[in-house]
Write a protein that binds this ligand. Structure first.
Ligand code: GDP
Length: 527
């Protein structure tokens, strides 16, 4: 382990998320990272049946389907730092959720399957990271299998993801003949041992690529490998801390998550280089993490994480100051002071009460319907953190009840599911219909399942003639009012009461935009 000095407080915080294409190994590497962080006794319990995720009923659905719809936070100590790992939902349909999680981190770890290289979802997530120039560390996984030529994979990262790639270590072969990794900066070989997936393996090192010990390890391939590494040194970028922090260069590590090899080297690099909590933009000024007064924003709401509690948790990223148990905070949108007595965090799945949290930490607030995604909390100042958008849905269904007497439950359920960002709900001005909107089709299934499971309502979907939605805004109240009257047939209020234009076709949308030039039609809405 590289670090022995312990850094307390904000400077020692490292808050990150893992981004990857499904099956690249995100879950497996999360397990190993938690193993190193002593957050779990034995690797292998993150996705397992007895694992923390097995708590809630509707989560059985995600287990059956092999997808992760939940997003949680794990805090653990490593190398003298306090690491916050934010889990991102893995399925494509939940990109909106993932987007919001990425607004709450200071850096990301990109996991790439060495045999597959850069895949679709990695590209999309990388684009999201680029919006905020989030620093990215890379881990090329599955070296215990035959992978593609590592030089080719490095080239692909540079070309497809448009970021410089700087290898920190280099694999010594792969698959059956995988011998370990060679650190280009310390001239040290870390030797791979098989069968150590569930333990913290000893770090067996050989000093010097040209040493006799190295020759012995590499055997007949020794000369070829030395030549290849010489070539790699000349042909790849050198690591540069400033470029990494600016999101322009990614340090690359090789290893196997399943074999728990190379993960330690990656983690050591991570705690040394990854940025401490960064400043955050608000609508009025930038907030420094070291400011004394508390502030934070809500980036995720999760309903009924534990069916016995039947509560909702609002995940808040602390941006400045210190949260102390029992403190009063201002709920800026409501202009109200609230006392937060029982914030929670999720240490490898178990709820623990937080006594104190600083910038970079995530705390969970119990939400009884007053907190929405994007809400800012402060110690008094009327700040509003920016950059947490809603996306216009692309798929729409009318929702109908099997039992009409359950309208109240349906409305309550949809209201809550829309607050946590699982779906968007629209109430047309001229009819009593309820229309739900989603970014991906799987969201509809999840909503129907959860309505039944948690709110005991059986809902049926019907097709509806809506192609796209736009939030309608105008500074001139008179003009907005006129628009509201004249176009009411296509207008609705969303779950938070914002006026929304539901366009039956793209052509209709263009015509309407032309007809009402003073109205702004927005495809994203800031929370
Ligand atoms: P996720 O979808 O990104 O969370 O991927 P998982 O961690 O669930 O891994 C997908 C599959 O790849 C699982 O069957 C893992 O056991 C396997 N896997 C993950 N890491 C490695 C590795 O280093 N080597 C090999 N051979 N398989 C791996």
């Amino acid at each position: 382990m590289a670090q022995t000095d312990v850094i307390e407080g904000v400077d020692g915080r490292r808050t990150f998320a893992i981004i990857s294409h499904p099956d690249a190994g995100k879950t497996t590497i999360t397990e190993k990272v938690l193993l190193f962080g002593n957050a779990i006794q034995m690797a292998g319990s993150v996705k397992g049946k007895k694992g923390p995720h097995a708590k809630s009923d509707w989560m059985t659905m995600e287990q059956e389907r092999g997808i992760s719809v939940t997003s949680s936070v794990m805090q653990f100590p490593y190398g003298g730092r306090t690491v916050n790992l934010l889990d991102t939902p893995g399925h494509e349909d939940f990109s909106e959720d993932t987007y919001r999680v990425l607004t709450a981190v200071d850096s990301a770890l990109m996991v790439i399957d060495g045999a597959k290289g850069v895949e679709d979802r990695t590209i999309k997530l990388m684009n999201v990271c680029r919006l905020r120039d989030t620093p990215i560390l890379s881990f090329i996984n599955k070296l215990d299998r035959d992978i593609r030529d590592p030089i080719e994979v490095m080239d692909e990262i540079e070309e497809v993801l448009d970021i410089k790639a700087a290898p920190i270590n280099w694999p010594l072969s792969s698959g059956k003949t995988f011998k370990g990794v060679y650190n280009l900066y310390t001239d040290t070989i870390h030797v791979f041992q098989q069968g150590m997936g569930h333990t913290i393996p000893d770090d067996i090192q050989i000093k010097g690529l040209d040493s006799d010990e190295a020759s012995e390890l590499l055997g007949v391939d020794a000369d070829d490998i030395r030549e290849e590494i010489e070539l790699v040194r000349g042909a790849t970028h050198e690591f540069d801390l400033e470029e990494y922090k600016a999101g322009k260069l990614t340090p690359v590590f090789f290893g196997t998550a399943l074999g728990n090899f190379g993960v330690r080297e990656m983690l050591d690099g991570f705690v040394e280089w990854a940025p401490a909590p960064q400043l955050r933009a608000t609508s009025t000024r930038e907030v420094q993490p070291t400011e004394e007064k508390f502030s934070g924003f809500v980036f995720k709401i999760q309903a009924n994480m534990d069916p016995k509690h039947r509560d909702r948790i609002a995940f808040m990223r602390v941006c400045s100051g210190t949260y102390k148990r029992g403190m009063k905070m201002k709920h800026v949108r409501l202009g109200k002071d609230v006392k937060i007595a029982d914030a929670v965090t999720f240490m490898a799945g178990d709820r623990t009460h937080v006594e104190e949290a600083v910038a970079g930490d995530i705390i969970g607030l119990h939400n009884h319907g007053t907190i929405q995604i994007g809400d800012t909390f402060t110690e008094g100042e009327a700040l509003k953190f920016t950059g947490i958008p809603n996306f216009a849905p692309e798929l729409f269904r009318r929702i109908r009840l099997k039992d009409p007497l359950k309208l109240k439950q349906l409305q309550k359920g949809l209201q809550q599911l829309s607050e946590e960002g699982s779906t968007q709900v629209f109430f047309p001005l001229d009819t009593n219909d309820i229309i739900v909107g989603a970014v991906g089709v799987l969201q509809f299934e999840v909503v129907a399942y959860r309505l039944k499971d948690e709110y005991k309502v059986e809902a049926i979907y019907e097709n509806v003639n809506v192609n796209t939605a736009r939030w309608a805004e105008c500074d001139d109240a008179k003009k907005l009012d006129e628009f509201r009257r004249k176009a009411s047939i296509n207008l609705a209020l969303d779950g938070s009461g914002h006026l929304t234009y539901l366009a039956p076709t793209r052509v209709n949308l263009s015509l309407t935009e032309e007809r009402y030039p003073d109205i702004q039609f927005r495809a994203t809405r800031e929370h």
